[in-house]
Design a protein around this ligand. Structure first.
Ligand code: BGC
Length: 385
């Protein structure tokens, strides 16, 4: 940073603290967390968009924009203490406005697919715009990832809270849905904790997740086929060729989707197993062990990059995780530093309810009713060894 940029960042930080004290969430002892606020440009709609950077003394930094409540950068140290940005993304707001891969975004109102773009509640059918063949993917044509969210700092500067009101009928979904996503970087731990809260004034369905694409060697640093993955799940939800679950819960044992022991992502990805052919690699929902027996926040997945020594653990209160091995990345969208992100340049671990749940009564339910509060939590925890 130049001295001028530094001075600007400091001024922005002070202005943001000003907003905080107005909001009454500034502690008299001083802030535990540090949040820097700067402009991220103007959206095509004319809205001013900001970039908020949370950092702690353990060497972790997370940049989040209120465009799509999107994680733009996530820097964590390797085994030698050297930090790198481990998520794919863009340098500019324009990248996110034009992007189609959901880099780092908050996905909603319904993450992943709804088959045939239709579901029913109490006998009433709702029809959604289709944006993925015959299906609706990630909330429709203009999902939460393309919306402008409101941001305020909370919890003594350790959290950034984003809120958005999705109005009744938006992308075909019923009910005014008020959503809050709180991103927390604790002062003393290298983890990003995401808390989702939502309320509605009519029965609706929802499935909220974060769509960060991780490469623990650093974004743009080759593919993730050598990363070693473990998924705490004994079953997955097989899909048809349009990636809609058939309704079956299949044992992973004896299939290339068995990650109950740590296995390199690339080891079996090209096997001629129908599910891998349909997904062009891994693009499936695993039924987390926690969904079957445990309650609360539990370990869902562990990914390790042997080169850098960086490890990611994913904990969640959700019943499923979509492990997507970046199969549809083709290098056409230029990312940070003008890097081309090719196929399998990153992986996603999207904690969620199962795809197409509204059409599968045997899956955990995604219905939200008025007068009840939806809450879900996911933690991305980092270490290095
Ligand atoms: C889906 C993929 C899709 C990707 C980007 C993932 O959650 O499962 O099929 O290509 O998101 O939209």
């Amino acid at each position: 940073m130049t001295a001028k940029q530094n001075a600007r960042a400091l001024l922005c930080a002070l202005l943001f603290v000003g907003e905080l004290s107005l909001a009454g969430s500034l502690s008299s002892q001083g802030m535990r967390g540090i949040i820097r606020k700067e402009s991220f440009g103007k959206a095509a709609s004319g809205a001013r968009i900001d970039l908020y950077t949370l950092s702690n003394k353990k060497g972790m930094e997370v940049a989040i924009t209120n465009f799509g409540a999107t994680v733009v950068a996530l820097k964590v140290p390797d085994r030698a203490g050297k930090a790198a940005d481990v998520v794919l993304g863009f340098d500019t707001l324009e990248g996110y406005e034009n992007g189609t891969a959901y880099f780092g975004a908050t996905v909603g109102r319904y993450g992943n697919r709804i088959g045939g773009g239709q579901f029913s509640i109490d006998g009433k059918t709702y029809t959604l715009p289709k944006n993925n063949g015959n299906n609706t993917l990630h909330g429709g044509i203009v999902g939460f990832n393309k919306k402008v969210w409101k941001a305020i700092a909370a919890k003594d500067g350790e959290s950034l809270e984003m809120s958005y009101l999705s109005v009744d009928g938006e992308e075909g979904f019923p009910g005014n849905l008020s959503v809050k996503v709180a991103f927390t970087l604790p002062a003393d731990r290298n983890e990003l904790k995401i808390d989702y809260t939502a309320t509605t004034d009519q029965d609706t369905v929802l499935n909220l997740t974060n769509h960060s694409y991780f490469n623990l060697a650093g974004e743009g640093n080759g593919d993730i086929l050598d990363h070693v993955l473990m998924l705490h799940a004994k079953r997955f939800t097989p899909v048809d060729k349009t990636l809609i679950p058939t309704g079956e819960l299949r044992d992973v044992a004896g299939t290339p989707l068995d990650f109950t022991t740590a296995t390199a992502i690339g080891k079996r990805i090209s096997e001629n197993y129908e599910q891998l052919v349909f997904g062009k690699g891994y693009d499936h929902n695993w039924v987390l062990a926690r969904a079957e027996s445990e309650k609360g926040l539990t370990l869902a997945a562990e990914a390790y990059d042997p080169k850098s020594g960086r490890k990611l653990e994913v904990l969640t209160t959700e019943p499923g995780v979509q492990f997507y091995s970046g199969n549809f990345l083709d290098g056409s969208a230029k990312g940070k530093g003008n890097k081309a992100y090719g196929q399998r340049a990153a992986f996603c671990l999207e904690t969620q309810h199962f795809p197409d749940s509204p059409n599968h009564p045997n899956f955990p339910g995604t219905l939200l009713k008025p007068n009840s509060v939806f809450h879900s939590q996911t933690v991305f925890r980092f270490s290095a060894k």
